[in-house]
Design a protein around this ligand. Structure first.
Ligand code: URA
Length: 408
């Protein structure tokens, strides 16, 4: 029966709810083995899924755990998710901005596999910051200070945790239907009324093209409709790293700068303002321009910065102890001209080599290392100017990374 289901998908036929349920819940109980699930996931990757299959699988993932009831929170509860990218620290910027405007932000984030840690790893670079809050602690904190950023509780869509770990090591991460099921099941189980998804495409993203991102967007909206969730999407470019810093502690430092009102014209800050304004409009209604004015005021008044410090303190972190490695090297321009390209994947691979990310779930992360860019695309540079500062503990061979920058 198990092999019949694999064969059916291999031939590109539609699986019924019953077949998917049997297979995926069989995996959860240990009856279906890793190699059988890997085989089915690869068949899905190659042959895709019908909308009906996606809806069935999303339900199976949601039903594998609990669904949070957030109806005790006042007003519209919003949530935000990103499909991930190099230097993506948007959650840490947006959550305090939105919360400082009185909109509750209960954000459960993941650890990262890949070039840098996920949001949770980045926050853990702040000594003492706890990411394992219980459901009671989460609820208490969101009721008292409007903002929580913690790890996902074990009871929320546990099926996704198991399947994602397997997808990661079987080359089946970049399947559009599987990404839609993974993200939407967690978001729906998370209990928000309205969901904003930042879908990224490009060489540093899961999806290579804008067309792929649009396809994922449409699928996610269809899933949202079934659960009466208002799903908004923003499609953004991930060919260039987001902002100046890639690496865990470094990224928290960049967030502090942005919330202090510095670095307001980077690609990162522009995206954060777009996402935060969209969330404010989703929660409060009104015009997008009014929402954006509120976001800018939250930054310029220092309210968002204070909210970030309040969040860190509430979760046990000590921001004064945040640090980066004392060892560093520079990458310098080999000629004069205009910076035409900064490869997101190139910076990602370098930060991985430095130890800022993990290849397997068991790897540990070096929070203190990473890459700080000194230039953005379009900047004019002279030969010998510093392009990036590389913080390391084990000296990297930088010659291999000289193609990160293209100067024309
Ligand atoms: N993020 C997720 O949570 N799941 C995916 O499948 C891809 C990105």
């Amino acid at each position: 029966m198990i092999t019949d289901i694999i064969n059916k998908k291999r031939l590109g036929k539609e699986l019924s709810y019953r077949e998917l349920d049997l297979f995926f819940n069989g995996y959860l109980s240990g009856e279906v083995k890793d190699y059988q699930m890997s085989s089915l996931l690869m068949a899905i990757c190659i042959n895709g899924m019908t909308d009906e299959e996606v809806f069935s699988l999303t339900k199976i993932f949601i039903d594998s755990g609990d669904t949070l009831d957030l109806s005790f929170l006042p007003g519209v509860v919003v949530d935000k998710h990103s499909t991930g990218g190099i230097g993506d620290k948007t959650t840490m910027v947006i959550a305090p901005i939105v919360a400082s405007l009185g909109i509750p932000m209960l954000k459960m984030s993941g650890r990262g596999l890949g070039y840098t840690g996920g949001t949770i790893d980045k926050l853990e670079s702040i000594p003492g910051y706890r990411v394992d809050l219980s459901e009671e602690e989460i609820i208490h904190q969101v009721q008292t200070i409007d903002v929580v950023i913690t790890g996902q509780t074990a009871s929320l869509a546990p099926m996704d945790k198991m399947i994602y770990a397997l997808r990661d090591v079987t080359g089946t991460v970049s399947s559009i239907p599987l990404i839609a099921v993974s993200i939407m099941s967690k978001k729906i189980a998370g209990g928000a009324d309205k969901i904003l998804i930042d879908i990224k495409y490009g060489n540093g993203a899961l999806l290579p093209t804008k067309k792929d991102a649009e396809e994922l967007s449409s699928l996610m909206k269809k899933i949202g409709k079934i659960y009466q969730k208002d799903v908004h999407t923003i499609i953004s470019d991930m060919n260039t790293p987001l902002g100046y810093c890639v690496g865990n502690s470094l990224e928290v430092m960049e967030v502090l700068d942005i919330l202090k009102g510095k670095e307001l014209d980077t690609n990162l800050t522009k995206l954060c303002i777009t996402l935060a304004s969209e969330l404010v409009q989703m929660a409060k209604g009104g015009l997008i321009q009014d929402a954006q004015d509120m976001v800018m005021e939250a930054i310029s008044s220092g309210k968002a910065y204070d909210k970030f410090l309040e969040l860190i303190k509430a979760q046990g972190g000590n921001i004064d102890d945040l640090s980066v490695s004392k060892k560093y090297k520079y990458i310098k321009a080999e000629k004069s001209g205009t910076v035409d390209k900064i490869s997101a994947i190139g910076v990602g691979e370098l930060s991985m080599l430095l130890g800022a990310g993990r290849k397997t779930k068991e790897d540990s992360i070096d929070y203190s290392v990473g890459v700080k860019l000194y230039v953005q695309v379009g900047d004019k540079v002279k030969k010998g100017d510093i392009l990036a500062k590389i913080y390391y503990n084990k000296a990297p061979r930088l010659r291999e990374f000289k193609d990160i920058f293209e100067i024309k």
